[in-house]
Design a protein around this ligand. Structure first.
Ligand SMILES: C[S@@+](CC[C@H](N)C(=O)[O-])C[C@H]1O[C@@H](n2cnc3c(N)ncnc32)[C@H](O)[C@@H]1O
Length: 324
């Protein structure tokens, strides 16, 4: 993919490590899923010590076990969300040091939003995932209730919820499209595909809603599925754009405080040279201001010996509703 191009490609959902599965490939924006994970180290196991086949075997086994034992609905599993989640956890283990400054910044911003929040009833975390970037215990100490909302709750999130008495897990689809996707067939009218507001969140009346590095991920399962059905690149990109826009409209329209943390752009870099860059938000614009930083998602040799993959991240805290 060249500079400025939208990600494209085709993939089948399946177990981590399967060829063509998002978690099994390079997992960056070269995959149709453009997720944060990758199931296995580079083929030669460079930089990790030990025999490559042994290392890859251990990694794969751990991921397969986690994939099997992560409770999830058949839709989320079938669309590859469990594989992607497990793969992200695996990449975090491999790139822990490189990720830590980014994770730290995310937690700081979320805590700042929590301190600014006048109400201390409920905080909802959209895209809680592994809760790597979410200060769950701190939030649980500040609010009466913490709701972790995700399509897949990995074992770590379940363990955290078990430790804190006031943390609740909500399995929900932030786009409302995951359940529909299975019924889509070749030749469908992609122009008619519209995201809907996440189910089950209204009842919580959150004082604070955090969107935790989920925005760029929302279009990915739908995108992979549409590509598999043979939909054209432009139509798929339009659907992705609408999914991103719908999450932003929903978030900014909520009462209470809102905090958005999202990666906005992917860059593959070699030293000072940007080899490729991709807009992860499909042209959606974020409010002016906010804070930005760089996330070293995949330092070499994680994906390649020839480039590092970085993400530009943006964070925004808002309390007011946008004008109608
Ligand atoms: C990269 S993770 C976010 C990182 C997470 N906050 C953490 O600290 O580990 C993205 C999350 O978005 C979730 N996700 C993707 N599409 C979703 C959807 N349609 N509805 C709900 N969650 C979704 C995935 O399950 C995943 O846990």
């Amino acid at each position: 993919m060249r500079r400025g191009a939208l990600p494209h490609g085709a993939s089948a959902a399946g177990k981590p490590g399967e060829p063509g599965e998002p978690g099994g490939g390079r997992g960056g924006n070269h995959s149709p899923r453009a997720g944060f994970g990758a199931a296995a180290p580079t083929q030669d196991g460079a930089g990790r010590g030990g025999r490559p086949d042994e290392i890859a075997g251990d990694v794969m086994l751990r991921e397969c076990v986690e994939w099997l034992f992560t409770p999830a609905g058949s839709t989320a599993r079938g669309l590859g969300l469990v594989g992607e989640t497990v793969a992200m956890g695996a990449r975090h283990r491999r790139c822990r040091a490189a990720w830590e400054p980014h994770l730290q910044k995310c937690r700081e911003v979320m805590l700042r939003a929590a301190r600014m929040c006048p109400g201390r009833g409920t905080v909802v975390v959209c895209g809680s995932g592994y809760c790597l970037d979410v200060p769950v215990r701190r939030l649980a100490g500040m609010f009466e209730r913490v709701v972790l909302a995700d399509a897949v709750h990995p074992l770590r999130a379940r363990w955290l919820a078990g430790k804190c008495g006031n943390v609740r897990l909500l399995e929900t689809d932030m786009t409302g499209l995951l359940g529909q996707a299975g019924a889509w067939r070749e030749g469908l009218d992609v122009g008619a595909i519209r995201s809907v507001a996440p189910e089950g969140l209204e009842e919580f009346e959150p004082d604070l809603t955090l969107s935790a590095n989920v925005l760029s991920q929302l279009p990915l399962p739908v995108k992979a599925w549409l590509i598999k059905l043979g939909c054209g690149e432009d139509g798929v990109a339009q659907v992705c754009r609408r999914i991103v826009a719908a999450h932003l409209d929903w978030l900014w329209g909520l009462p209470g405080m809102k905090c958005l943390v999202t990666d906005t752009e992917n860059r593959d870099v070699d030293g000072g040279e940007v080899l490729e860059e991709t807009d992860l938000l499909y042209g959606a614009t974020l409010p002016p201001g906010g804070e930005t930083w760089t996330w070293h998602l995949a330092p070499r040799p994680e994906i390649s010996r020839h480039f590092d993959r970085i993400r530009l991240v943006s964070a925004h805290i808002r309390s007011e509703r946008p004008p109608a």
